[in-house]
Design a protein around this ligand. Structure first.
Ligand code: NZQ
Ligand code: ZN
Length: 385
C-alpha cells in the first residue's frame, strides 16, 4: 500500500438546513439546470427549497430520471442543456439522479457518440460541465465520487464509467431529507453501502491496517444503525450516521492503496439490466454466494472480518468464515432485502443469459486476482438459487 493517489475535490455541506447554502455554493451568474427523478423531490418539498435557495439565478428543470438511469432519458437532458446553453447542473435525488447528472455533464460537451463514454469506461472524457448535488438517499456514495452507472435500455446494458472530471463540486447532505424514504430504499441503502465497503476490504491482507480499521468501523456502524434506520425513520442521529457512513463507504478513502474486488457489483449489474431488480437486491443475492465461492482465496480476510465485525472467535478458520458469511446474509434479510434468486421469481433457466450478458460486456476477469471468470460467476448464481 506504499504508492497511491488519493484525490477528492468534493466539498460537503452536511446537516439540517444546509440547502440554504446553495446560494453560496452555486456561482451567482450560473445558468442552472436542476435534474431530479420521479416526483419524490417535488412531493417532499425539497425541489421548492432548492429553487428558493437559488434565488434569482436562471433556473430550468429536467425531471423523470428513473432508478438505474437510462441513456435514453439522459440524452433528452443533454439536448436541453445544449439548447438552453446551461452551464451548471444541480442533481437533486439519490444515486440514480447524481449518476445521471454525471453522464449529462460529460455528454453535453462530448464530441462523438455519447454512448462511447460508457464503452470506454470514461477514459475518453476530456471536459465536463460543473455540477453539484443535493442528496436525498444515502446509499451509493455518488455524491462524493467520480463514478456513475448508466443503462441503455435498448441494449439491456448497464455499464459504469469513471473520470476525475465528474466529481461533484459540492454535495449538500441534509439527513432530514431522507425521512420520506420508503423503507425498501432505506434497506437498499444500508446493503449497498455495506457491500461497497466489503468489496474494498474483503480481499487479502495488504499491510494496510488503517484502511482495514476504517472499513471495519464503517461495517460495524452499519450493523449497529441499519435496523434502527428502518424502525425509527425520523431519528436525526441515526439518519445522519447512515448518510455519512454511506458517503465514506465509497469516496475513495478506504479503497486507496488496497486490492479491490468489484465482482459482486459487476454481476449484479447484469441482474438489473436483464430483470430490473433494485441495485441493492442484486448485491444481496450475489455477495453471500460470491464470498463462499471465494472462501479459500479470501480466508484470512474472512476470518478477520468475522472476528472484528461479528465477534466470531471460535472454530477452525473455515468454520469462522462460514459463520461470517451466514451473518452477512442474515443481516441483509433483517433489513428486508431478500438474498435468493427465487425470492425475485428467478431460477436456473435465467442463469445462462446473465452469463452471456456478462461476457458480452467484457466482464470476464473480475476480482482482486482477475480470476473470477464467467464459469465462476455461473457457479455463484447457481449457489444463489
Ligand atoms: O424517482 P423518485 O421519485 O425521486 O424516487 C426515488 C426512486 O424511486 C426514491 N427516492 C429518493 N430519495 C427519496 C425517494 N423517495 C422518497 N423520499 C426521498 N428522500 O428512491 C428510489 C430509488 O432512487 P435511486 O436514486 O435509484 O436509488 P439509489 O440511491 O440506491 O441509486 C441507485 C443507482 O446508483 C448506482 C446503481 O447502480 C443504481 O443505478 N450506483 C452508483 C454508484 C456510484 N456512482 O458510485 C455506486 C453504486 O454501486 C451503484 O452502482
Ligand atoms: Zn453499489
Amino acid at each position: 500500500m506504499n504508492n497511491f493517489d488519493f484525490y477528492n475535490p468534493t466539498r460537503i455541506a452536511f446537516g439540517e438546513g444546509k440547502i440554504a447554502e446553495l446560494d453560496k455554493l452555486v456561482p451567482q451568474d450560473a445558468k442552472v439546470l436542476v435534474l431530479f427523478g420521479g416526483e419524490s423531490a417535488r412531493r417532499t418539498g425539497t425541489l421548492a427549497e432548492v429553487k428558493s435557495s437559488l434565488g434569482n439565478r436562471q433556473v430550468s428543470e429536467f425531471g423523470g430520471i428513473e432508478p438505474n438511469p437510462s441513456f435514453e432519458t439522459l440524452m433528452k437532458a443533454v439536448a436541453q442543456v445544449r439548447e438552453q446553453n446551461v452551464d451548471f447542473l444541480l442533481a437533486v435525488g439519490g444515486g440514480s439522479v447524481i449518476d445521471g447528472t454525471k453522464f449529462v455533464a460529460a455528454a453535453a460537451v462530448f464530441e462523438g457518440d455519447e454512448w462511447d463514454i460508457l464503452l470506454q469506461g470514461g477514459n475518453n472524457i476530456k471536459r465536463a460541465l460543473p455540477f453539484g448535488s443535493v442528496l436525498t438517499l444515502p446509499a451509493t456514495g455518488s455524491e462524493m465520487n467520480k463514478g456513475a452507472v448508466v443503462t441503455r435500455k435498448s441494449l439491456k446494458a448497464k455499464l459504469p464509467f469513471h473520470s476525475d472530471l465528474v466529481f461533484p463540486q459540492f454535495s449538500v447532505l441534509d439527513p432530514t431529507k431522507t425521512y420520506t424514504l420508503p423503507l425498501r430504499q432505506v434497506g437498499n441503502g444500508v446493503v449497498d453501502a455495506f457491500v461497497h465497503v466489503v468489496e474494498q476490504y474483503l480481499t487479502y491482507p495488504a499491510q494496510a491496517p488503517v484502511q482495514d480499521r476504517f472499513a471495519e468501523g464503517l461495517l460495524l456502524t452499519l450493523t449497529e444503525i441499519g435496523k434502527q434506520a428502518l424502525v425509527d425513520p425520523e431519528n436525526y442521529e441515526i439518519r445522519a450516521s447512515l448518510m455519512w457512513t454511506a458517503t465514506l463507504a465509497l469516496n475513495g478513502l478506504i479503497g486507496s492503496g488496497v486490492p479491490q474486488d468489484w465482482s459482486t457489483h459487476m454481476l449484479g449489474h447484469e441482474l438489473t439490466a436483464l430483470h430490473n431488480l433494485d441495485h441493492a437486491q442484486t448485491l444481496a443475492i450475489v455477495l453471500p454466494s460470491m464470498l463462499r465461492e471465494r472462501k479459500a482465496e479470501k480466508l484470512d480476510k474472512l476470518v478477520q472480518y468475522g472476528e472484528r465485525v461479528w465477534d466470531i472467535r471460535d472454530g477452525t478458520p473455515e468454520e469462522r468464515a462460514e459463520a461470517a458469511i451466514a451473518k452477512t446474509r442474515n443481516f441483509f434479510e433483517s433489513l428486508g432485502v431478500k438474498t435468493r434468486l427465487s425470492d425475485y421469481d428467478l431460477g436456473e433457466s435465467d442463469i445462462e443469459s446473465l452469463i452471456e450478458s456478462l461476457e458480452s460486456h467484457g466482464m470476464v476477469a473480475l476480482g482482486e486476482h482477475g480470476d473470477i471468470t464467467p464459469d465462476v460467476c455461473r457457479r455463484v448464481l447457481q449457489a444463489s438459487l
